[in-house]
Design a protein around this ligand. Structure first.
Ligand code: BES
Ligand code: ZN
Length: 395
């Protein structure tokens, strides 16, 4: 069988404490079926909920499981290993909420900010996005446990801080995590009329390369996910340049440690849920650089996302971005939008291509700007969408 050219990371909670002898793993039905035929009897099915199962597995077998999924299903990830039975159980119990959040009420909203959006969209610059991708991918790695992983989040913090330096209603903070030494970066523009209503635009700050995804491998992560961070940053730059003052609160988030199991976003979304924060919508930018599908520019992932918000994004694309778009699915909680969906909030993930046409260089030293076409013109479309999303919904 042909080997897939890019490496997968093992979706084990590497961020957690030491590895116990038994690992609690959650998988979907496709993986469960494959495990039943391919893995020896060293696992136990503990619990099955709608579409997901909890398995107890010898820690030594995690690698075999990753290999089976990779070789037979041609997928990276596809399972999540948890530190405790309780965490694993909670995560499949969330499946109910996953469907709930798919259909959770999304704002009943009609596009009405044409004047503001149409004047700002032309100010978005491909070159600015490209420059930030070059800068972020010049860190040897942004691995969540590396020194340069810390430096790169500090860099994002400092860039964002510069963009809001003239504002008294804005702040940038580092969010410290339990599960990783890497902080997330959170920028808040406080709403002038309903500050308790929150919109979140996010992407992950970390990168990863190599089968075991160590902190020493070279991981430029230009597409995955310097592109998402640079895309959001360009949206922020133009909003600030135009004195954008949202009525609702807008938060920009660069999440830590996504690549090792959505660690940063999971902690943030769970905290927001516990604090009963009113998050009205979440948009995730993870990979916006590589144009892999000829006849579609923006592809909305349909799993772990909110159907009504996805449709609304389609309307925004038609109105403001004017590019062909469609739907695809990851097949598992492939990025930080899943953390928000699992916490019961409406989330969407507009992606660079159909899943099947994705950039094959991610998670390797080859995930460079050059290997995604050498410019950020594809990412620019997502910056337009992000800008339209915020200006329409926050006003
Ligand atoms: N950017 C990827 C997710 C992705 C890859 C989305 C391909 C769509 C197509 C993300 O950074 C990632 O690698 N996620 C992990 C899963 C996560 C739970 C650790 C993955 O896909 O293996
Ligand atoms: Zn990613």
């Amino acid at each position: 069988m042909k080997k897939v050219a890019f490496a997968c990371m093992i979706s084990l909670s590497l961020a957690g404490p030491s590895l116990a002898q038994d690992v609690w793993v959650t998988v979907d039905n496709d993986v469960l079926n494959q495990v039943q035929t391919s893995l020896d009897s060293s696992y136990q099915t503990i619990h099955t909920a709608q579409g997901a199962s909890l398995l107890k597995l010898d820690a030594q077998k995690v690698e075999s499981l990753a290999n089976i999924i990779h070789d037979k299903l041609h997928r990276c990830g596809g399972f999540i290993a948890h530190e405790s039975y309780q965490e694993a159980f909670d995560s499949i119990s969330y499946q109910g909420e996953m469907y709930f959040s798919k259909s959770v009420a999304f704002l009943n909203y009609k596009i009405n900010q044409q004047k503001a959006v149409n004047s700002m969209v032309p100010q978005l610059e491909e070159m600015k996005i490209r420059e930030m991708i070059i800068k972020l991918s010049s860190f040897k790695t942004r691995h969540h446990k590396s020194q340069t992983g810390l430096e790169s989040t500090q860099y994002i913090h400092d860039e964002w801080k510069k963009l809001i330096s003239h504002r008294t209603d804005a702040k940038v903070e580092l969010f410290t995590h339990r599960g990783t030494p890497q902080p997330s970066v959170i920028l808040t523009l406080t709403g002038s009329e309903s500050p308790n209503d929150i919109l979140v635009i996010g992407g992950h700050a970390d990168s990863l390369a190599g089968f075991f995804g160590g902190a020493n491998s070279t991981a430029p992560g230009a597409d995955d996910n310097a592109s998402g961070i640079a895309t959001m940053t360009e949206t922020l730059r133009v909003l600030m340049q135009n004195g954008f003052q949202p009525k609702k609160t807008v938060m920009f988030m660069a999440y830590a440690a996504e690549e090792v199991g959505l660690v940063g976003s999971k902690e943030i979304a769970q905290q927001f849920k516990q604090e009963n924060k009113n998050v009205l919508g979440v948009i995730q930018f993870d990979m916006t650089l590589f144009k892999g599908t000829a006849d579609k520019d923006i592809v909305m992932m349909t799993d772990y996302t909110n159907t009504a918000q996805n449709e609304f994004l389609g309307q925004l694309i038609d109105e403001y971005v004017k590019v062909p778009w469609g739907y695809s699915r990851c097949g598992y909680g492939c990025s930080d939008h899943a953390s928000w969906s699992n916490a019961g909030f409406p989330a969407s993930m507009p992606f660079e291509s159909n899943k099947g046409d994705m950039n094959r260089h991610i998670h390797s030293a080859k995930d460079t700007l050059q290997n995604s076409g050498g410019n950020a013109s594809h990412a620019l479309k997502f910056a337009k969408l992000g800008l339209a999303y915020l200006v329409e919904l926050a006003n």
